[in-house]
Write a protein that binds this ligand. Structure first.
Ligand code: ASP
Length: 457
């Protein structure tokens, strides 16, 4: 493939998810070696390791570097993703369609997040979870401050201060929302800024892509650190967490989505699934809603017969703003980790009120989730921070994130296609008259997203 400057880019020899899987296996083996040497230096290998001063820290730094890079990119990525997403959603130009689309997105994401929480409450994967390795990083500073002042707390008294803090992401989102809305309502006079944000967003996506290239090293370091300190116990319990995510995603994908398509969208679910199967498979293979966009559009327009401008609008905006799978996943991860950390961190709120807070955070943060591989993992850090959980815990789940990402991306993309069917029905089956400028923008977004289809292979 060619990059933006026309230079040929080398393709990685092995797909990233295989590299991550190999790194995970190696990390488990090396970690088990260290854990078997803990407290004793009997074996020959242990003695050699000790003599050559090779220990867990020799590798753990790779995980720390990776986590630091993720933290580095999260604010600029989300800030630009949100503003870019809103500037493509010209509600004031599109009036009713814009509003209906936004509501359909948010209601289905709300349902998805609630389903995720339902399964975590039912199966309780975090209860009794062994956190001894990750909690070595002290959790004292993580006392939760309650959500009573939540509304006041999301308004940044100083946006530059909020931008410089890694625990004020909600304030950053709030400001970015206002900024985006102000930008679209200013019309032509600020179109240069909209364009600039779109370009900066592409730069941030590129940096995120580079960071993800380091993921195998990061996963290796994080897993050596975890398994080296505790053995395999956390990975056995992680199986329960994976089952919860898969069960919840299947419920959303194969029960709720067809029900919505049938009752609200007025379409036979069998017709729907056979029309979007290509998009579902592409999403599963690429783990990227953005990369799948051209395929989703094709399916929605040509197989499901959604009028073309309406399909373009709903599916394009949906590829960044509508993420049923990501919302469900973020809710599951947060409540799972909250259950696991509850005995250690004072004030973690697992009550209904606490869970409503998690859902609110999830709905806010998914507005800025980019449709790229592991995009949801990056934005999960926002929700974890807001709830008062340490983001280091991500180290435990990142090793199994790729397979979950494939499944949640499939749920995200199917949700976008379902939203197009539903909005089309709610709008009386008529197409919308998109302004030429909006049509041009949608074409540009389609072209940009094709790039990801290549890079995420
Ligand atoms: N990979 C997902 C997508 O592109 C985002 C996520 O990580 O949840 O839709």
């Amino acid at each position: 493939m060619q990059d933006n400057n026309g230079k040929a880019q080398k393709k990685p020899k092995l797909a990233l998810h295989w590299q991550i899987l190999i790194a995970m296996t190696l990390g488990i083996s090396v970690g088990m070696l260290f854990s078997s040497c803990l407290g004793s230096s009997n074996g020959q290998v242990c003695r050699i390791l000790q003599a050559s001063h090779i220990n867990i820290d020799t590798f753990a730094w790779m995980g720390d570097v990776f986590l630091r890079l993720l933290k580095m990119i999260v604010i600029p990525l989300i800030f630009c993703s949100l503003i870019n997403g809103i500037s493509h959603m010209k509600v004031e130009q599109l009036g009713k369609v814009g509003l209906v689309t936004f509501l359909v997105f948010k209601i289905s994401m709300l349902i998805a997040a609630v389903i995720g929480l339902f399964y975590v409450n039912l199966i309780q994967p975090g209860v009794g979870f062994d956190l001894s390795s990750v909690t070595k990083v002290s959790v004292d500073h993580l006392a939760v401050h309650g959500h009573e002042n939540f509304l006041l707390g999301i308004i940044p008294p100083n946006i530059f201060y909020a931008l410089s803090q890694d625990n004020q992401l909600i304030q950053v989102i709030f400001f970015a929302l206002l900024f985006g809305i102000a930008l679209v309502t200013s019309g032509e006079s600020t179109s240069g800024i909209s364009k600039a944000f779109e370009q900066i967003f592409n730069i941030m996506l590129r940096i995120t892509h580079w960071i993800m290239i380091l993921a195998p090293f990061g996963v290796f370091g994080l897993i050596v650190k975890t398994v080296g300190a505790t053995g395999l116990a956390p990975f056995v319990s992680i199986g329960k967490y994976m089952i919860v995510v898969m069960l919840a995603l299947s419920t959303m994908l194969f029960i709720i989505t067809p029900l919505l398509v049938y009752f609200v969208g007025g379409m036979n679910p069998i017709k729907f699934f056979s029309g979007v199967k290509e998009a579902m498979l592409t999403a599963f293979g690429t783990s990227s809603s953005a990369a799948t966009l051209p395929v989703s559009l094709d399916c929605v327009q040509n197989n499901l017969g959604v009028p073309s401008s309406l399909a373009s609008f709903v599916v394009t905006v949906g590829s960044t703003m509508s993420m049923n799978g990501a919302a469900l996943y973020e809710a599951v991860v947060t409540l799972f980790l909250a259950q696991a950390y509850a005995p250690l961190i004072p004030g973690i709120d697992l009550s209904l009120k606490g869970q409503i807070f998690i859902v609110a955070m999830v709905l806010l943060s998914t507005l800025g989730t980019p449709g790229i591989p592991h995009g949801g993992l990056v934005t999960t850090t926002i929700v974890l921070k807001a709830v008062g959980l340490p983001i280091d815990a991500i180290g435990l789940i990142i090793g199994v994130d790729r397979i979950l990402d494939m499944c949640r991306t499939m749920t995200n993309v199917t949700g976008d296609c379902a939203a197009a069917v539903i909005v089309a029905r709610l709008m009386g089956g008529k197409d919308i008259d998109l302004p030429d400028k909006a049509k041009k923008e949608i074409d540009e977004v389609k072209e940009e997203n094709e790039m990801f289809l290549e890079t995420s292979k």
